[in-house]
Design a protein around this ligand. Structure first.
Ligand SMILES: Cc1ncc(COP(=O)(O)O)c(C=O)c1O
Length: 402
């Protein structure tokens, strides 16, 4: 993607900002704002499932009873305590003193990178990963140490070991243990154990991004890596996918000694997480409806995921491959090699009114594990839209000549 054009004259930008490129995901947010477009593009929750009625009542009570809900304020201890219980449901034991509240998972990774990345240091990550994390790294111009990844087996942990055994010492390792974005894959227990052992052996912290971990579509789930190490795994959680992204509330579970430093960096960044949002989420957790709400999301998203599989099976060419995610919001699809995902996207948006993301935009440092992969979101569209959208995509694909 081309860098944003600068107007000559004006003023000098920081070196990294001169070559900054627009995010494909931000562009897509505008493209899919058109209500005619069926969007499989972004990681958006189902809007009709937001607990709007409860929020409306809770917000009104809060604003009447707590004038300080609109004031600057310290992080909510009620919310931290609720997060400790939520983490216990994921098999992670932690204390409120280890919880740090953030403006969503995105800010969590930003603050951690700022604290951990050494000057001129490197970061170890998969060669196909969430673009939001790559954007966090941009200003630091960190050296990127990549390892292969795969929609079936996920991060190649042996390749992580090979880097470390060869003497590489990244400042941090970034991993998504469940519902990888964009591949949908979840790490096996053995992968989690091996990665944590490596982190401990080489004393390199893992940033574990668990934005999708609560959206689980199978009975047996594996606990996040944080359950294996209190000291070397820095866990990122979020209410975006399980409650509502606009609230911008997420959290970190980190060693207690890191909290004060995080507070200082966060203060410089945004002073604090919006008090009203914190209190609203805290009040919602106190209604004890969150677990039921997450269960409902999981049920409905399972049906949507399975509907998408059936529609792919029915309409897509036989040379297409796709992978079944046990968590999250995305299905990774490998199109026949004759289909160029960008050409398909152009026609899909303009003619078929369907949006998706070509997989290569997630490639790190110019690497792209597959040029014909695409990422399809299954949480945002309803069943009728999923059926119609996949059929329309298949029809428009037939009009493409390689
Ligand atoms: C892997 C991953 N991490 C973090 C985020 C950011 O989430 P939040 O809205 O909590 O900032 C996303 C958003 O899509 C994501 O896919």
């Amino acid at each position: 993607m081309a860098a944003i054009a600068t107007t000559p004259s004006q003023f000098e930008l920081a070196a990294w900002a001169k070559t900054i490129t627009p995010s494909a995901l931000q562009d897509m947010l505008s493209a899919t704002a058109n209500p005619e477009v069926i969007s499989f593009a972004l990681g958006l929750p189902a809007p009709e499932l937001f607990p709007r009625h409860q929020f409306s009542q809770l917000a009104s009570t809060l604003l009447e009873a707590e004038p300080l809900a609109l004031q600057y304020g310290p992080p909510s201890t009620t919310l931290k305590t609720a997060i400790v219980s939520l983490m216990a449901q994921r098999g992670v034991r932690c204390r409120p003193e280890q919880i740090f509240l953030t403006n969503g998972a995105q800010q969590g990774m930003n603050l951690l990178v700022r604290l951990l990345l050494a000057d001129g240091g490197s970061v170890l990550l998969e060669d196909c990963i969430y673009t939001g994390f790559q954007q966090v790294l941009d200003p630091f111009q960190a050296k990127l140490l990549t390892v292969p990844t795969n929609p079936e087996t996920g991060m190649d942990v042996a390749a992580v070991e090979a880097h470390l055994a060869a003497g590489q010492r990244p400042s941090l390792i970034y991993a998504i243990s469940d519902g990888h974005n964009p591949l949908g894959v979840s790490m096996s227990l053995a992968q989690r154990q091996q990665l944590v052992e490596l982190a401990q052996q080489y004393q390199i912290p893992i940033i574990e991004d668990d934005a999708y971990g609560f959206l689980s579509y199978q009975a047996d789930t594996i606990a996040p890596m944080r359950a294996l190490s209190d000291d070397w795994v820095l866990y990122i959680g979020s209410f975006s996918k399980i409650l509502a992204p606009s609230l911008r509330v997420g959290w970190l579970v980190v060693p207690e000694w890191l909290i004060e430093r995080l507070s200082i960096v966060k203060e410089a960044s945004d002073i604090g997480t919006a008090t009203l949002s914190q209190r609203l989420v805290a009040a919602y957790t106190q209604t004890h409806q969150l677990t039921t709400h997450i269960d409902q999301l999981c049920q409905i998203y399972t049906t949507r995921r399975d509907t998408m599989f059936s529609a792919l099976e029915q309409h897509f060419p036989s040379q297409t491959r796709w992978y079944q995610p046990s968590h999250g919001m995305f299905i990774w699809v490998e199109l026949p090699t004759t289909v160029d995902p960008f050409k398909l996207l152009d026609r899909a948006i303009n003619q078929a009114k369907v949006a998706f993301i070509p997989g290569s935009v997630f490639g790190v440092a110019g690497k792209s594990m597959s040029t014909n992969g695409i990422r399809l979101n299954f949480s945002n569209a309803d069943i009728d839209q999923i059926n119609a959208g996949i059929e329309r995509l298949a029809t428009i694909m037939q009009t493409l000549k390689a």
